[in-house]
Ligand binder design. Structure first.
Ligand code: KG4
Ligand code: ZN
Length: 383
């Protein structure tokens, strides 16, 4: 008999995660082994180290997920695993483990796209969001590796409830989260820098430094068949603002104070917000606030323009950067002005986790969309 229980496994980047979710909606457990401490020493994710950490963590993390949910392997309906996009070696650890488990238990294996996982995270936990959003949906996925806009349809009986997606926008260079992390690094803040910029921005003046976003040139226009991103309005670019921050640092002789901050913060095992704030002068706090204000503003303007152009019924904003407080409040305010329903995952489910993978797997379980045992890692799998 079906229990509705799916074990989700996620290992695409720097978190080894496992979760048990019932009927794609109810999170029974959500275990995440973060590798931040390992990669922080290098200021970014080191793929080789990520694979090794996943190998070390995968068995205890899955055991913990089952124990926390109070279920055994035999109770599961299926095993779901991220098969891309992500780091090849990292993905392979989760995939190999999931395949072996599914084979040994005689249970179906379900392959999940990491980006679809981020989108399905909004269906978890929040009672108010447990209804599927109304189609057509515009989904903005903003994370460390991705800045994508999708036109999504949440399906019906005929499609087995499996969502359909069309890519309608993306970054032509850096992802938004990558820009947060790179700018934070330029300013001597710890890795990953996104959350640090979030907590420090309220102490600065967001209008102090005017950052401009150039219109993306037509030569960057999407060429892929079936890709609606033909309008330059739906393309993002975040490498320019990083360079602008660097120019500002050089022009205002901030290098020495940045190095002093970096060394002082490195001395803390886990620096607190007040520690970081005390080490930032007002010019730096203004720079941080202005950077965040500009990036959020650009994401907001282009997303709203796409929403208007496409005549969408609801908005989903997800991925690590969707944890950003200014982003949440400005998106929520603009959506409310337009009477556009908007959904965010709960904070803990914005960043990488396995509950979102199990959630995205459920419609595929119902549709019997099972993966073969030949499933492989797809580092640049599109959605
Ligand atoms: O979704 P995620 O955990 O991993 C990817 O799939 O990339 O996203 C991680 C990214 C990092 O760049 C991190 O700095 C950023 O999300 N991030 C934030 C915040 N929390 C995480 N960026 C801005 N504000 C935050 N509060
Ligand atoms: Zn992610």
């Amino acid at each position: 008999a079906s229990t509705g229980l799916v074990l989700g496994i996620e290992s695409s980047c720097d978190e080894t995660a496992a979760a048990v979710v019932r009927y794609g909606r109810e999170t029974l457990s959500n275990i995440i082994a973060s590798q931040i401490a390992t990669h922080a020493l290098f200021g970014g994710v080191v793929p080789e180290l990520a694979s090794r950490e996943h190998l070390r963590n995968i068995v205890p993390v899955v055991r913990a997920a089952l124990a926390a949910a109070g279920v055994g392997f035999r109770d599961l309906d299926a095993i779901a695993v991220t098969h891309g996009p992500g780091l090849a070696g990292a993905l392979l650890v989760g995939i190999t483990y999931a395949k072996s488990l599914a084979y040994a238990l005689g249970k179906p294996l379900i392959a999940v796209n990491h980006l679809e996982g981020h989108i399905h995270a909004v269906l978890l936990e929040h009672a108010s969001q447990q209804q599927s959003p109304t189609s057509p949906i515009l989904a903005l996925v903003v994370s460390g590796g991705h800045t994508h806009l999708y036109l999504a349809d949440c399906g019906d009986e005929a499609s087995g409830g499996v969502w359909q997606y069309r890519n309608v926008g993306r970054t032509v260079d850096d992802a938004a989260g990558e820009a947060f992390d790179k700018v934070a690094k330029l300013l001597g803040l710890p890795y990953p820098g996104g959350p640090w910029i979030d907590v420090l921005a309220p102490f600065g003046d967001p209008k102090a430094v005017p950052f401009a976003f150039a219109q993306i040139k037509t030569k960057h226009r999407a060429q892929r068949a079936g890709d609606l991103a033909a309008s330059p309005k739906m393309l993002f670019s975040f490498s320019g603002i990083k360079t602008a921050v660097l120019r500002y640092i050089e022009a205002h002789d901030l290098k020495a104070s940045i190095e002093a901050r970096r060394l002082a913060l490195a001395a803390f095992a886990t620096p607190k917000v007040d520690d970081a704030r005390a080490l930032c002068d007002s010019q730096t706090l203004n720079l941080i606030a202005s950077f965040q204000y500009a990036v959020v503003g650009d994401l907001l303007r282009k997303t709203l323009r796409a929403a208007e152009t496409l005549g969408i019924q609801s908005l989903i904003v997800t991925g690590g950067v969707a944890a950003n407080r200014e982003l949440r409040s400005r998106f929520a305010a603009e959506a409310s002005t337009r009477s556009l329903p908007i959904a965010f995952p709960s904070l803990a489910l914005s960043t990488d986790n396995a509950a979102m993978i199990a959630a995205a797997a459920w419609p595929r379980f119902l549709a019997k969309d099972f993966a073969l045992n030949s499933l492989n890692a797809e580092p640049s799998l599109p959605l």
